[in-house]
Design a protein around this ligand. Structure first.
Ligand code: NAP
Length: 374
């Protein structure tokens, strides 16, 4: 079988030939109830037959890195809150953010060997559209020499989410006080550091003592606490913000949102980014937010957003955050939660259970030194 794989890959280099490659792909075979389990997914092995060059508008790619994200769990539910993203269907492949290498292209914009950031199935090889609205060639346009997988993290959509949340949605000002939940995750880790660079006081919550320690010692947070070992989040927030806070970067929902609503100041702003504490629950059995009335009484502004709507800001974001990375003014962590297609479920469950610090990714192939761009 291995020989067949090698032989088929070699053919990709030719032109005007039919190529074949064995691929592995993850398919959702049942909808998770609660935390996903192995039985919800199947790894299917099949032969991918392709032409070199591929049909117009397609690229044959070898997948290098896959992004493992909380929203995937939400769109595995038939009824979900992300109405603009259609739910995954049973029997269909799971699609995620990816970094891939182009093996063959019929589109002059992409050449063999180019590295692309796009969406692809959880698979090791794929035929993907070169005309997809969210496909980016990763180049040296900003002279940033960072590990390639950072384009799924600090320089990818999680990073853009943090940047848009603070700069566009809430227009954070110097000296404001900010509370960030899921602070040690992909979005939170950058949000906290960007808020610090703006001159804010920043407190984060996370689910382990080790995350709390890292937030304070490595990632510049003023304070952090472990929400799992606090008895009453309302009084915890009072302890860290005796006179309240101005901005809440909301990543988790549920009782953390309730505690935040109790403690946020009058005219405070809530960046409604995510509610991960609810994704594993049936839509109709989710926690209500009992004190939502504070939105009125305290004249709060709560604004949700989908990062995809801010794609046009990607270049500005990469320039700014790339520079901060290069200058060493921010740091970031990529967390490889699995290796190979077979470990998708392990990585996904790991993410939902809080195993990751920074951005959770699945490593598919780094055997050809795709680590850095230069
Ligand atoms: P992440 O924070 O890297 O990973 C998720 C983290 O959530 C886990 O590590 C875990 O850390 C925490 N968590 C899991 N279950 C929890 C629970 N019941 N209560 C509290 N925390 C829990 O993920 P991310 O990619 O940065 O995403 C963070 C949030 O932003 C998610 O809600 C996501 O859906 C949202 N998001 C929104 C957009 C948008 O366009 N609006 C874009 C990207 C992400 P702990 O150890 O701290 O529990």
């Amino acid at each position: 079988e291995r020989e067949m794989e090698d032989a088929s890959e070699a053919q990709v280099c030719g032109r005007g030939v039919e190529g074949r490659v064995w691929k592995k792909e993850v398919v959702m075979v049942s909808r998770p109830q609660g935390m996903p389990v192995e039985a919800n997914f199947e790894v299917r092995r099949s032969e991918l037959v392709f032409q070199v060059p591929p049909p117009p508008g397609f690229l044959l790619v070898k997948v290098l890195w896959l992004s493992v994200d909380p929203y995937l769990r939400e769109i595995m539910n038939e009824d979900n809150g992300l109405t603009v993203i259609p739910p995954f269907q049973i029997g269909q492949p799971i699609f995620v953010g990816s970094i891939s290498k182009v093996l063959a292209s019929s589109d002059p914009k992409f050449k063999e060997g180019n590295i692309v950031q796009t969406m692809s199935p959880v698979a090791d090889y794929a035929l993907i559209s070169s005309e997809f609205f969210s496909i980016y060639k990763i180049e040296h346009t900003h002279a940033i020499n960072v590990p390639l997988n950072q384009y799924l993290g600090v320089l990818g959509f999680p990073g853009l989410t943090a940047w848009v949340g603070l700069n566009v949605i809430t227009q954070l000002q110097a000296n404001e006080e900010v509370f960030i939940s899921a602070a040690a995750g992909a979005v939170g880790l950058l949000a906290g550091q960007l808020a610090k660079l703006k001159g804010c006081r920043v407190v984060g919550s996370a689910g382990t003592d080790e995350k709390v320690r890292m937030l304070k010692e490595v990632y510049q947070f003023d304070e952090a606490f472990n929400y799992k070992t606090e008895k009453d989040l309302n009084s915890t927030l009072k302890r860290y913000f005796p006179s309240g806070f101005d901005v809440y970067f909301e990543n988790v929902g549920g009782n953390t949102l309730e505690a935040a609503l109790e403690n946020i100041r009058r005219k405070g702003r809530i960046i409604a980014c995510g509610m991960i504490s609810q994704y594993n629950k049936e839509y109709k059995e989710r926690d209500g937010v009992r004190n939502l009335m504070h939105v009125i009484g305290k004249s709060l502004k709560m604004e949700g957003f989908m990062v995809g709507d801010y794609r046009h800001m990607r270049d500005d974001f990469i320039k700014e955050v790339g520079k901060l990375l290069q200058q060493g003014r921010i740091s970031y962590h990529m967390d490889i939660l699995g290796r190979g297609i077979d470990e998708f479920t392990k990585a996904f469950v790991g993410l939902l259970g809080g195993k990751n610090i920074g951005k959770a990714v699945l490593l598919i192939d780094d055997g050809e030194n795709h680590e850095t761009l230069l």
